[in-house]
Design a protein around this ligand. Sequence first.
Ligand code: MTE
Ligand code: MO
Length: 421
Amino acid sequence: MSRLPAPPSSPTSPGFWRSPVRGPWFTSVLGVVLLGGITALFVTGLLSYAAYNPDLARVNDKTPDKGLLGFYLFAWPTRPYWLYRLNQGVHVTLGITLVPVLLAKLWSVVPKLFALPPARSLAHALERVSLLLLVGGVLFEFVTGVLNVQLDYVFPGSFYPLHFYGAWVFFAAFVVHVVLRAPAAVRNVRRMRAGKGSHEETGFPLVSPRPAEPTVSRRGALWLVGGGSLLLFGTTAGQNFDGPLRRTALLAPRGGADPGSGPGGFQINKTAASRGISARETSEDAWRLVVTGPSGTLRLSRAELLELPLHSSALPIACVEGWSTGDQWWRGVRLRELATLVGYDTDAAPDVFVESLQRRGAFREAALRSNQVRDPRSLLALDVNGEPLTPDHGYPARIIVPAAPGVLNTKWVARMTFGDL
Ligand SMILES: Nc1nc2c(c(=O)[nH]1)N[C@H]1C(S)=C(S)[C@@H](COP(=O)(O)O)O[C@H]1N2
Ligand SMILES: [Mo]
């Protein structure tokens, strides 16, 4: 009988890593899930970015130095009216659901990070550099994303560039990694399905040469990861639904909060008090909407706005943070109607630049594109669900546009300037 050698103490030695769960099969299953999931995150992330219409105006653009990375931007449509709600719900819910899968995947390949020599060939060196960007990038994207959703902009004004550029760095590395690794991962999953035991191993072995006693099978470990994902999904997804489902969103600070009841009983992102909006400046005597266009400038009181033709549309508020409300009944003046008051034909309504009463902080102004202005469901809302807007939902008047991210639905509107931007 040969005596076992002393346990290696350096993580650069394969024998240091002893979990019997590690192996190509475990890594490959998680890898295939992430391949689909992260691709969906990237696509919904890029779409979410396009939904801000950053190419329309400087105020909408949080990454003015993006250059070529904005190549794909397009005029964000207004239909289906739930487009942004679906896109962002999928982006945030999927991202949170994938956290256990990501952690398990990283854990499963940790030994490889310590492999020596650092590079056996140029191709191998490239792969390892791409791995650093890949692991660093994915952790960065998940951390910034989760913090933004959970802590409500801990990065003042800079979450967008961080998450946007981080996504591109990560995705470049992801593509390199997938090209190099996907064929073997798919073969491994197929073999496992066919009941064949042997797996491909290249370079640093994932299977421990001296495995410890198993405490859980590989399948069991996978169920554990899946259970974790399911738990996160079940405590997040509810932030997109009204009724009892919303109460299941224990992990969603804003979207899971009880929105109260009555006409204004839906999520409030920023309250009037927190934005420095006082009852005095929104009073009937003080507040005037200033509308400007080629034929001049109008100053309209709320009473005068209520005299104009009023229309209703049922539209949700959907925030970049991944929460959304059900459809609310808004009533107000069509944006394109306001454009006609300052010199445009209904069908030729241009872009509009909207400014709120708010003097400090983010999101106090936004630009809307002509396709959004022309949509008959786009309103300067005065009422919601049969009552005047509450102060927190934007009294005396707010923007509501179908399919647009919440951030474009400016509250406490003070000034609208029509004209091509
Ligand atoms: N003036 C102003 N308008 C604003 C904001 C703001 O901070 N200030 N927040 C925006 C964001 S990010 C969202 S999601 C919606 C939320 O609208 P609600 O509070 O009525 O749900 O308002 C938008 N309009
Ligand atoms: Mo938002």
